[in-house]
Design a protein. Structure first.
Ligand SMILES: Nc1ncnc2c1ncn2[C@@H]1O[C@H](COP(=O)(O)OP(=O)(O)OP(=O)(O)O)[C@@H](O)[C@H]1O
Ligand SMILES: [Mg+2]
Length: 225
């Protein structure tokens, strides 16, 4: 394994399979993603796109094979080291996962508070990111008073605010019209230009693909095609 190790790889999968009961959601996936790549993961509903993202930040454990993130082997990582792993990731969840009792501002600020940033820095940074995602005016709103597309933009803001080295975005434009979708992609593109590794999972790629250069990984029935 080591002889093939590419120094620029930030994500490596070796023969990874994932089983949920009787369902093999991922079948023998091998993958090598370089630092700073912009990757689209495409494939139909149920193909395994979300599962693939989930094994990267160890929300799910693999059934077989190995996952290396920045050289860390996830099958050997102890639960005390999980926060260290997860700090590398900014994640846009398919179902957003905003905290309903916190305002838009507080949901996004939480990331920076957990990282121990100063209040003055947090205020400036959170408002800047909310403004660029078009959510500046909704900073005081509670998530459930927002439209689906607005919640999605807050989820994107939260994923990027900590300037993680890897952004995983699961259907980040599913609730947006084509113009708002393009704006979110352009926004993510800015982070790509700064060197962030970005993985976007989407079953609706035709909207996005022609506008942005990136590598597309197509999965179907748990396999890379
Ligand atoms: N927690 C779970 N328990 C049981 N089966 C699961 C679980 N999570 C995913 N699966 C199954 O694994 C397969 C892949 O699911 P996954 O969510 O990765 O698909 P997807 O490509 O993200 O689909 P979509 O485009 O609809 O989001 C599906 O057959 C799904 O039913
Ligand atoms: Mg999914």
């Amino acid at each position: 394994m080591n002889d093939k190790l590419n120094k620029n790889s930030i994500i490596r999968l070796f023969n990874v399979s994932k089983r949920f009961g009787g369902t093999l959601a991922l079948k023998n996936i091998s993958l090598d993603i370089e630092r700073g790549e912009f990757i689209f993961i495409s494939g139909p509903s149920g193909a395994g796109k979300s599962t693939l993202l989930k094994i990267l930040y160890r929300a799910e454990k693999v059934f077989e094979g190995q996952v290396l993130i920045d050289g860390m082997n996830l099958s050997r990582i102890s639960s005390s080291k999980l926060p260290v792993l997860r700090r590398r990731f900014g994640i846009v969840f398919q179902d957003f996962k905003l905290i309903p009792t916190l305002t838009v501002y507080e949901n996004v600020a939480l990331v920076l508070e957990a990282a121990g940033k100063k209040t003055s820095f947090i205020k400036k940074k959170v408002m800047q990111v909310l403004r660029t995602t078009g959510m500046g005016k909704k900073a005081k709103a509670l998530p459930l008073t927002l439209s689906g597309g607005e919640q999605q933009r807050v989820a994107v803001a939260r994923a990027v605010v900590g300037e993680p080295s890897i952004i995983l975005a699961d259907e980040p434009t599913a609730s947006l019209d084509s113009r708002a979708a393009q704006a979110i992609l352009d926004f993510l593109m800015e982070y790509h230009k700064k060197g962030t590794t970005i993985l976007i999972a989407s079953h609706n790629l035709h909207l996005l693909e022609n506008k942005i250069q990136g590598r597309t990984i197509e999965i179907n029935d748990g396999k890379i095609i």
